[in-house]
Design a protein around this ligand. Structure first.
Ligand SMILES: N[C@@H](CCC(=O)N[C@@H](CS)C(=O)NCC(=O)O)C(=O)O
Length: 218
């Protein structure tokens, strides 16, 4: 059985978890926090989470994990069968992660961890987020799913990253940049939240976030 390692506040951990729930893959969860401990570095090369443990060894990087799961567990596919459509689905994921989430991540220290981020960083990140979100708007279909009429891995990623980016930009800029660029974002989020797998991830995330925020405020 797969052992998923990380913690339920992380959107990358939740991405991996959501995909396993959607695909009906049996897995256990082990709470692991990022660190540079030698024991962890043997399981995850940069000491990051998430990673999975399989019978054949550990695997890190959430997108690599998703693609492994899709190949190893073809039941309940989350990628289109057609190769061009599959690439379009991956294109959405890559934009969401490289051009949006990775920039927003630079604000998490102030938004969630009780630290501060310089005004210069906030200005730079806002510009990058504008560019990334405008780019995504040119690609996204929302008809009703982000890649078209079928729920895919890109929805798993979009739903999780939109949640974090909405929260972060409200806290840092007092504006929900996701809603500003995608006026129907709330309906899209609700649509994904009709899925039992998303409900389970959201409930676990809420509990983990409450525990995490009460700990960081101490
Ligand atoms: N590209 C990685 C990103 C994983 C990542 O950044 N995880 C964060 C938690 S959400 C982490 O472990 N951060 C600790 C660090 O950067 O050292 C993936 O997709 O799995």
């Amino acid at each position: 059985m797969i052992n998923l390692c990380g913690f339920a506040v992380s959107n990358y951990y939740n991405k991996t978890k959501l995909v396993m729930l959607e695909k009906g893959i049996a897995f256990s969860e082990e709470q692991v926090f990022p660190s540079q401990d030698e024991a962890l570095l043997k399981r995850s090369p940069l000491g990051k989470i998430p990673f999975i443990e399989t019978e054949r060894g550990c695997l890190s990087e959430s997108q690599v994990i998703l693609e492994y799961l899709e190949e190893a567990y073809p039941e309940n596919p989350l990628y289109p069968a057609d190769s061009f459509e599959r690439a379009k689905c991956r294109e959405l994921i890559q934009h969401l992660e490289l051009n949006i989430e990775l920039h927003a991540r630079r604000l998490y220290k102030e938004a969630f961890f009780g630290g501060t981020v310089s005004e210069e960083t906030k200005t730079e990140v806002k510009e990058k987020l504008e560019i990334g979100l405008k780019g995504l708007a040119r690609l996204a279909k929302f008809s009703p799913f982000i890649a078209g009429d079928t729920y895919t891995a890109a929805d798993c990623v979009a739903w999780l990253h939109f949640f974090m980016i909405s929260l972060t930009t409200q806290k840092i800029y007092a504006v929900d940049m996701v809603a500003a660029h995608f006026p129907d974002a709330a309906n899209y989020m609700q649509l994904i939240e009709t899925r039992p797998a998303a409900q389970k991830v959201a409930a676990d995330r809420a509990a983990a976030m409450a525990a995490f925020l009460s700990f960081t405020k101490k």
